[in-house]
Design a protein around this ligand. Structure first.
Ligand SMILES: Cc1cc2nc3c(=O)[nH]c(=O)nc-3n(C[C@H](O)[C@H](O)[C@H](O)COP(=O)(O)OP(=O)(O)OC[C@H]3O[C@@H](n4cnc5c(N)ncnc54)[C@H](O)[C@@H]3O)c2cc1C
Length: 123
C-alpha cells in the first residue's frame, strides 16, 4: 500500500498526538522517534533506545537538552543586567522561538512569548 493510501495515525505509541508537517508527512523533530517510526510505517526497534544515538534528536531529547540549556543560561543571567545583556537575552529568545528545530514547538513558544513578554530586568 502506498504511503498516501494509508490511514494517518492521530496518536503515537507514546500516547502523544502525531504532528504532521504542512506537506502532510510526519514531522521528524516534532514527534518522538518511536511515534515517527510508527507514523511512517516503519517497525520500531524492539530494543531499549539509545537516546544518545538518535539523530536528529526527537522532541523529548531536544526538549530535555534545551530546557537544561535554557535554565543554565537563565541562572547565569545577571541580577543587574546591562542594556547589552537585556538586548542579547531578548535576541536569544527571539531567535530560539523562530529557529527552534521543532516547528510545532517553535510556533507554540512564539505564541507563549507574545502572551508572556520576557522580563529581562533581572535574573
Ligand atoms: C522552547 C521549547 C518549546 C517546546 N514546545 C513544545 C511543544 O509545543 N509541544 C511539546 O510536546 N513539547 C514541547 N517542548 C518539549 C517539552 O517541553 C519537553 O521538554 C519534552 O516533552 C520532554 O518532557 P520531559 O517530561 O522529559 O521534561 P523536560 O524536558 O525535562 O522538562 C519539562 C519541564 O521541566 C522544566 N525543567 C526542565 N529542566 C529544568 C531545570 N533544570 N530547572 C527547572 N525546571 C526545569 C522545564 O521548564 C519544563 O517546563 C518544548 C521545549 C522547548 C525547549
Amino acid at each position: 500500500m502506498s504511503e498516501e493510501n494509508q490511514t494517518k495515525p492521530a496518536v503515537g505509541a507514546s500516547g502523544r498526538k502525531i504532528i504532521y508537517d504542512k506537506d502532510g508527512k510526519p514531522c521528524r523533530s516534532c514527534n518522538t522517534l518511536l511515534d515517527f517510526q510508527m507514523a511512517t510505517g516503519k517497525v520500531p526497534a524492539p530494543v531499549t533506545k539509545d537516546k544518545y544515538r538518535e539523530d536528529p534528536p526527537d522532541v523529548e531529547r531536544l526538549g530535555n537538552s534545551s530546557w537544561t540549556f535554557i535554565h543554565s543560561l537563565c541562572s547565569k543571567y545577571p541580577e543587574k543586567p546591562s542594556t547589552q545583556d537585556k538586548a542579547e537575552i531578548n535576541g536569544f529568545f527571539n531567535v530560539l522561538s523562530r529557529m527552534y528545530p521543532c516547528t510545532w514547538c517553535a510556533d507554540d513558544f512564539k505564541k507563549y512569548l507574545k502572551d508572556h513578554p520576557l522580563d529581562n530586568s533581572r535574573q
